[in-house]
Design a protein around this ligand. Sequence first.
Ligand code: SF4
Length: 329
Amino acid sequence: MSLYDLETERVIREIKRLKVDVVGLQFPEGLKTRAVELAEIIESETDATALISADPCFGACDVSDRKMKGMADLIIHYGHTPFPIDYEVPVIFIEARSGVDVRGVLEDAARLLDGHERVGLATTAQHLHLLDEAASFLEERGFEVVKGSGVNTAEGQVLGCNFSAIRNTDADAYLFIGSGNFHPLGIKLLTGRDVVVADPYHGEVRRLDEFADRVLRIRFARINRASSASRWGIIVSSKEGQRRFKLALEVKRKLEAAGRDAFIFLLENVSPEALLPFREIEAFVVTACPRIAIDDSQIYDRPLLNPSELEIALGEREWEDYVLDEIIS
Ligand code: SF4
């Protein structure tokens, strides 16, 4: 049995109901291995032809609607919840709820949270259905549990660029249910509070402090190095949900007012190779996905900063006032 519920019966029902000729299928990296199997089922159970998006996809900021327009009548997008975007082809979002059992890691998580009274819960689309169970578990052990409401996200849901669900929770500590450091790092950077990760896939529970400290030290070094750069690049994404051109123009004006040269670069996928030809540029500001500068910084030969980090580099913001860049709306 699969770990994720891909709601195949519902998908088939909708394809038949809408009399779809071509259905676009888009998956996050972790689910791409299921693509061919799903296409096979869909093509045998319906009259539709499947069109699989093979490009990388990391969020609903990057639905293939514009690329598939004129080819697909409907897109099934797996693993994410909708962005506030007018998609150009109808899209059905399948959260891909995980069937993993969370109880095993909650016991250890409660031990690490000991000493805190008010605990904020956070997770990703795949585990939203586990939050009630986690809340009851912690409440039975005397914790006050809070699940915040997000802007364009569900209760307790965080994206790598949208932590609005925890912003006003004012918890003493946060429990993130899921795997990896990507989302809990954002919670740590935003709140500065204790963040405990309960990873039901690896049966592992850990604090994030050491990892977050390491990331902040790297950010400090990058900002420091960039501060003396005289020629800057500003990266704008052509992905609909990441496109912040107005912000890029503001950044350009800010840099020019500070006596620096600044040029805007339009990119779909930001990568070290794509930036390689622009050797004169000493540092970049990323207005695309806010996580590129933070999570991928090690692979770039020049500093990549977020717009708020640029303010620190230009002396307009104190390091102590470090803020996380987000795309909320
Ligand atoms: S902008 Fe980045 S963090 Fe936000 S949904 Fe897209 S890939 Fe994820």
